[in-house]
Design a protein around this ligand. Structure first.
Ligand SMILES: Cc1ncc(COP(=O)(O)O)c(C=O)c1O
Length: 428
């Protein structure tokens, strides 16, 4: 696949980041063969190497001992959790976080190895699945720890000679738990003053604590509250840290802004995929300056192009009326694929040269209509989302248009969209 443009990103633009080699952003042209491979006239192209590159850069912002827990919940923010996690396993990364036990089960059933933490408030209904698939729960209350302990007693036997737990059903590791502390977000987590009782409950029930964590509410742009949360967390965990218990707090925004990057783990999600935590031009510029790059492009070609006369109306509710003769191209994707209906009459597709083409009329469930010029044929590939921070249809710019955040753009991408993965590991 020939590169159409190669931008040189040198170490100069990534001050303080210890990259061993100079690397390049390679933007690849949509390839017509990929439509056949996808079996559809639209697909997502995911550059797995970009994800690995982004992880290295984020890791470069942290202390040397800090390990990365790759957050692959919500289908890896739309990128495909199984493929992403399997690829990262091959790169040597063995720490993952998902939102639910079912997401963890899917990873295990597809061969993902290593630590998989279930974030959020784990509930009793997830316990059997977590034990079966060696998933580490996040506990936020005493009741859960007691139920977790009771279920372990059913699934595990203690070896009398050394007290080790052996799973009677599988050969999984000894089940551990992560304790989550609420340091100011008031969503998930026990209160700081409850931490002691949760830690004691783990000890009394013989459950090893993998780590203690917290989560920041506004690490991107509220240094005061973030520092306060961090201070509370470090105070609450001080005695346990002295005993060697591991701790973690930082999400992407915190890593990028330099909070909690010297703890035992960091938990990046959005920035790992090259998406910005906020939909602002400043955030996109910072991503670019750091050498992060978007891992995903959404590509489509028209299925039908017609010349229509002035006065013709297009789409549901006849929302667009032609003032003159125009060429209208119909693309076979719509809001059921994750192209937001609010982009009706607002969104743009771009061709490989960057030229913009307007969506006209309503976005339907399975189709959108676009005004095109004479150069466009059914073989012309377009970007629906472009993997370039500066493009009007970058995930950030689309998010801004919709008054939302890039997280929602990624996680809205339907499983119906075929995903084609680019990687140097041929067998991924
Ligand atoms: C507890 C926790 N840690 C880490 C992350 C990753 O956050 P981000 O995608 O902002 O890096 C999330 C995502 O929401 C989370 O809930």
């Amino acid at each position: 696949m020939p590169p159409v443009s190669v931008k040189d990103v040198t170490n100069k633009s990534q001050e303080g980041i210890n990259l061993t080699t100079k690397w390049q952003i390679i933007q690849v042209k949509p390839n017509l063969d990929e439509f056949s491979q996808a079996g559809r006239s639209t697909y997502l192209r995911v550059d797995l190497e970009a994800i690995w590159n982004n992880i290295q850069i984020l890791k470069g912002k942290c202390s040397e001992k800090t390990e990365v827990i790759a957050v692959v919940k919500a289908n890896a923010y739309g990128h495909g959790s199984v493929e992403v996690a399997r690829y990262l396993n091959k790169c040597g990364l063995f720490h993952f976080a998902v939102a639910t036990a079912l997401e963890g089960k899917e990873l295990r059933e597809n061969g993902v190895t290593g630590y998989i933490q279930v974030l959020g408030n784990c509930v009793e209904e997830e316990i059997n699945m977590m034990l079966k698939y060696n998933l580490t729960p996040t506990a936020t209350n005493l009741q859960f720890i007691k139920k977790w302990a009771a279920s372990i007693a059913q699934h595990y036997e203690r070896v009398p000679s050394n007290g080790m737990l052996i799973n009677v059903d599988t050969d999984w590791d000894k089940p551990k738990v992560v304790i989550k502390v609420d340091t100011g977000m008031s969503r998930n987590g026990c209160q700081c003053k409850e931490l002691k009782s949760l830690m004691e409950a783990c000890e009394n029930n013989g459950i090893p604590v993998h780590s203690i964590m917290t989560h920041f509410a506004q690490a991107w742009d509220d240094p005061l509250s973030t520092q306060e949360q961090l201070k509370r967390f470090l105070e609450a965990t001080k005695s346990y840290r002295c005993m060697g218990v591991k701790v973690h707090a930082a999400n992407s925004a915190a890593i990028m802004q330099g909070y909690a990057t010297d703890l035992d783990f960091v938990r990046p999600g959005i920035a790992m995929y090259g998406l910005a935590p906020e939909p602002t031009p400043e955030a996109a510029a910072m991503m670019q300056t750091m050498g992060l790059r978007p891992a995903l492009a959404w590509i489509a070609r028209p299925c039908l192009i017609k010349s229509l006369d002035a006065g013709r109306k297009v789409g549901y509710n006849q929302a667009y009326r032609l003032k003159q003769q125009e060429r209208i191209a119909t693309f076979s994707f719509g809001y059921a694929d994750g192209y937001n209906r609010l982009l009706s009459g607002k969104g743009v597709l771009t061709d490989v040269s960057g030229k913009e083409y307007e969506i006209v009329g309503r976005v339907s469930m399975d189709a959108v209509t676009v005004r095109v010029d004479d150069s466009v044929t059914v073989q012309t590939p377009f970007y629906v989302i472009r993997d370039d921070y500066n493009s009007p249809n970058s995930a950030s710019n689309i998010a801004q248009m919709l008054d939302t955040i890039p997280y929602e753009i990624g996680t809205s991408l339907s499983i119906r969209l075929p995903r084609i993965y680019h990687t140097k590991h041929k067998d991924n």
